[in-house]
Design a binder for this molecule. Structure first.
Ligand code: GDP
Length: 415
């Protein structure tokens, strides 16, 4: 089953749409850039002396630099998901489970005390860059990364360590998704700064909550703040550690689940108004990141075969991933591409107008030249006629002169 799942990872996913869309739109912008330079060259060649197109040439210069800047953005475009929650709710474990790899250190003693982003890299070996040294350091295992995250006098909560992992090892990273793990919300004293520094361009937020408790004040406060700064953020709630429900003795898991769902609906639909109540099951999931990670990284994990509850939780994690992929792709396409496409269209319309004006003027010039040529032709004919007439007159005059001179010679001889 896992083999099938991993194989299906190479099949097109909703995330692939982002990559394909990015390549297609970026190709259109390349074409627009060529058209702009063609148009500019045409204007320069046809109207060298006239300053009819000085304003348009300047405009084309501005459009070209705008198109170049937009094209560069496509190279850097990634979809971004930020994971938040209280310390030890399982944020790092969720990230690892989604990446099918133990990349981030997790567990007691490995509290993430700064922001950590995980991105794909074309290099064959993983490396990290921290915001203090900005140097690329090779990293070969989780322990080494754990030490890098906790050196003496290391980064504060607002620092960032960027982990680059080979895209060949994780499909999600190959599909241009950046995953950001954050310090526990209980550790933070400056949520505003966090949001400004790391969350303003996030396409999706995943609140990793503890299914054994209700949402904490800090978790709710974070999302009220995010909601103030971003319009309608995409929020998922993962009720993690749902495996604990196996040991529930005082209450049935179904009842606890209903309670959590009602609480999440109130929070997301009624208070934040980021999703409607009817769509709440696409946003709230009951999972065990630990089991998912174990299943995805341990061969022949027998508990999976033995327990239906474990398999159900795993399926719920998959459902979360599918909903997440659909949402992040849609959001990233809209936020990253929409305004660029609108700008590209504006430029294309303006270019069409300039080209139209150039065409009209060129036609006028051509008809002007034809008129000029015709006039020249008529003049030439008139000159020719005049010449012919003059020639006739001259030769008649010559004849008369000759006759006169012959007569006067004869007269003289007679005398
Ligand atoms: P973080 O501080 O939010 O990043 O939490 P970690 O991912 O480091 O997890 C803290 C501890 O909780 C680790 O020992 C994990 O193995 C454990 N843990 C994470 N997810 C689960 C889960 O779904 N069920 C159980 N039982 N333990 C979990």
């Amino acid at each position: 089953r896992l083999r099938e799942e991993v194989q299906s990872q190479s099949a097109p996913s909703p995330l692939r749409k982002f990559r394909v869309g990015k390549l297609q739109i970026s190709a259109l912008f390349d074409r627009l850039r060529t058209l702009l330079s063609d148009c500019s060259a045409f204007l320069a060649a046809t109207h060298i002396e006239a300053d009819d197109f000085m304003k348009e040439q300047k405009e084309i210069g501005v459009f070209s630099s705008q198109v170049s800047s937009i094209s560069k953005l496509f190279e850097r475009d990634h979809m971004k998901v930020v994971f938040v929650g209280q310390t030890s709710n399982g944020k790092s474990t969720v990230v690892n489970a989604m990446l099918y790899n133990r990349i981030l250190p997790s567990g007691i003693g490995h509290t993430t005390n700064c922001f950590v982003s995980v991105s794909g890299s074309d290099a064959n070996t993983p490396y990290i860059i921290d915001s203090l040294s900005s140097e690329q350091q090779p990293i070969s295992n989780v322990l080494q990364l754990a030490n890098a995250l906790h050196p003496e006098g290391s980064l504060n909560q607002s620092g960032l360590i960027r982990v680059f992992w080979p895209t060949t090892k994780c499909r999600l990273l190959g599909d241009d998704v950046d995953l950001i793990d954050s310090p526990g919300l209980d550790l933070s004293n400056d949520i505003n700064q966090w949001i400004d520094d790391y969350c303003m361009d996030a396409d999706v937020f995943v609140l990793v909550a503890n299914a054994e408790a209700t949402l904490k004040v800090a978790e709710r406060a974070f999302f009220f703040k995010v909601n103030e700064k971003l319009s309608k953020p995409n929020v998922f709630i993962l009720n993690n550690r749902w495996d604990a429900s196996d040991n529930e003795i005082d209450d049935s898991p179904e009842r606890v689940r209903e309670q959590h769902l009602e609480y999440a609906s109130k929070f997301l639909a009624d208070e934040l108004k980021v999703v409607s109540r009817s769509k709440i099951l696409d946003r709230v999931f009951f999972v065990s990141a630990r089991e998912t990670l174990l299943y995805r990284t341990t061969e022949n994990w027998t508990r999976f075969k033995e327990s239906q509850a474990v398999r159900d939780r795993y399926d719920e994690f998959r459902r979360f991933e599918q909903a997440f992929e659909r949402t992040i792709c849609k959001s990233a396409m809209k936020t990253k591409f929409e305004h660029r496409i609108v700008r590209g269209l504006d430029i294309a319309y303006s270019l069409a107008e300039i080209a139209g004006k150039a065409e009209t003027l060129s036609k006028e010039q051509i008809s002007g030249r034809i008129k000029e040529i015709n006039e020249r032709k008529e003049n030439a004919a008139r000159i020719r006629q005049l010449g012919e007439r003059s020639l006739k007159c001259c030769s008649a005059l010559v004849d008369r002169l000759a006759a006169t001179s012959r007569a006067s010679v004869a007269r003289a001889m007679n005398e």
